[in-house]
Design a protein around this ligand. Sequence first.
Ligand code: HPA
Length: 253
Amino acid sequence: MLALIGGTGLNTLEGIEGFQLSRAEGIATRYSETTVEVSVYSYLGNELLFIPRHGDGHVVPPHRINYRANIDALRLAGATRVVAMNAIGGIAPQLCPGSIAIPMQIIDYSYGRISSFYEDDLDGVVHIDFGEPYSRELRQALLDAAARANAPRREPVAVIDGGVYGCTQGPRLETNAEIKRLQADGCTMVGMTGMPEAALAREAGLDYATIGLVVNWAAGLTQDTITLDEIYEVIETVSPFLHTLIREVIEPS
Ligand code: HPA
């Protein structure tokens, strides 16, 4: 079953045309004392799972998210494929605010986050293959869905195939020098929530890919300071396309 992890700008599927909430389940996992609420939506007779990464009401900051509980809850609820939505800052020139990236690679600059299911009670040390952090098949499905979503539009939304997601710790935004360093490392976009989520999905055996929504230019790339107002304005503009994209991933017409 397909699961969506909503990020900043997509905290619920409630009210999005075509989606109906079937039920919500509190899933208990080994990784938190509280349950994780997984919503089950139906869309044209297909069920899909949804969790808001930052919790109900968007209250958990990136470095405090219980990534293990979220991924394990989705696995236990029957997810096999996970589409993650992540707000990002654009570093590469083509990644302007309002565009969408389907990244191919990750560099992880975050720290202090519990980043593996293989921590305790092991029979032996476990190393997963993570050379290609995103599922090829699911990335392609997203790109195909984006092309279908764009087909009837007079002004297509720019959807960039590939790129390197640099995951920073947050919750503060980066310094200008940090972005220059990320740029020199080859990062084309920056966000705070891509890791360890992607690695945990791989450990859990779930196909995983990301829709990166560019909501601002990364620090120092323009003269402007980055404001939340500006970010929410971009989200509002791109949301209709994002919703169509999600519908297309679920049910190709
Ligand atoms: N940096 C890190 N994370 C982000 C940004 C950014 O500029 N924009 C949205 N998420």
